[in-house]
Write a protein that binds this ligand. Structure first.
Ligand code: 3HC
Length: 294
């Protein structure tokens, strides 16, 4: 099996920074690419803060934190990822944006570099088709918060070389994750089932079935989910959820994937969830307070 030593990560937002953190923590030299120095610094600074909390709690030695941070580098130049053995993409859920990066990387990377996408809802084949290496493209789908959630969906397309898939699967395990094998269908396993649930929760709210708090409480206490659907939607990001809904609806033409009107209006108004301070809850005070939306 091919050995992975250097890991590239595209994007240093919520998911990319988590992926970079777990890769560096597993001992890999990790280079993260973002669009500007400012975003690179913010992303890597955020990882340092996360690790600092673990040190404060006595869960990590300060030297280990320093070693992890020492293995992390940032760049704004895609060409700096040319020597990576695997590159994991975690940028915005937009096929054109992703494929432009893959095309550039396809030209600058050696022929053995594995390309992996953390896409939530696009298919891996639609990215593989933009490169001259479709057999070296897989999905590696992580879950938020990446350092905490154990699952990685490892996705093979009909063109993926089985040896490349095995390397990607072993790589996911080496990060301390529990990988599962998935076919290249939009949403893989988790989002295929989770997205209709989140969309149905919003439809239940629109129909006046119950309040935001009571729907959340119902699912949390009635089924043991760690978060109710609205807390979870705010956590994932409503702009992201809306994009995922659009992509999955286009793929399956089934209403259960479609973004409900309320979600569309919230996104238009910049209510993106926790990251923007407002979503189904308002996060400006000491405790989140449910918004008046219907
Ligand atoms: N980053 C890193 N670590 C975090 C974190 C974060 N954002 N949030 C919490 N943690 C850590 C804490 O530091 C703590 O660590 P410790 O046990 O070592 O002290 C541990 O996680 C537990 O945190 P808390 O005690 O503060 O809180 P909870 O016990 O409530 O757990 C949670 C927080 C893990 C986020 C839990 O609420 C949960 O599992 N929620 C569901 C998350 C989920 O469903 N994620 C999937 C979203 S879908 C997705 O990502 C797919 C995409 O394609 C849409």
């Amino acid at each position: 099996m091919a050995e992975i030593k250097r890991v590239g990560v595209l994007g240093c937002g919520l998911m990319g920074s988590g992926i970079a953190q777990v890769a560096a923590a597993a001992g890999y030299e990790t280079i993260v690419r973002e669009v500007s120095d400012e975003v690179v610094q913010r992303g890597i600074g955020g990882i340092g803060k996360q690790l600092g909390k673990a040190v404060e709690k006595g869960k990590m030695a300060a030297e280990d934190r320093d070693a992890i941070v020492g293995r992390l580098k940032g760049t704004t130049n895609l060409e700096d990822l040319r020597d990576c053995d695997i590159i994991i993409e975690a940028v915005v859920e937009d096929l054109a944006v992703k494929n432009e990066m893959w095309k550039t990387l396809d030209a600058v990377c050696g022929p053995d570099t594995i390309f992996a996408s953390n896409t939530s809802s696009l298919t891996i084949a639609d990215m593989a088709a933009a490169t001259r290496r479709p057999e070296r493209m897989v999905g590696l789908h992580f879950f938020n918060p990446v350092p905490v959630m154990k699952l990685v969906e490892v996705v093979k397309t009909i063109a993926t070389d089985p040896a490349v898939f095995d390397t990607a699967f072993a790589f996911a395990k080496s990060l301390g994750k529990e990988p599962i094998v998935c076919k290249d269908n939009s949403g893989f396993v988790v989002n295929l089932l989770l997205v209709p649930y989140m969309m149905d929760s919003i439809r239940a709210l629109e129909q006046g079935v119950a309040t935001i708090e009571d729907i959340d409480k119902g699912m949390q206490l009635g089924t043991g989910y760690p978060m109710g659907p609205f807390v979870l939607s705010d956590f994932v990001g409503l702009d992201t959820l809306d994009k995922i809904g659009d992509i999955m609806f286009k793929e399956y033409k089934e209403k259960r994937y479609a973004s409900p009107p309320l979600l569309k209006r919230m996104v238009s108004l910049g209510y993106f969830g926790r990251k923007s301070g407002k979503g189904f809850y308002d996060y400006s005070g000491e405790k989140p307070v449910a918004m008046k939306l219907v």
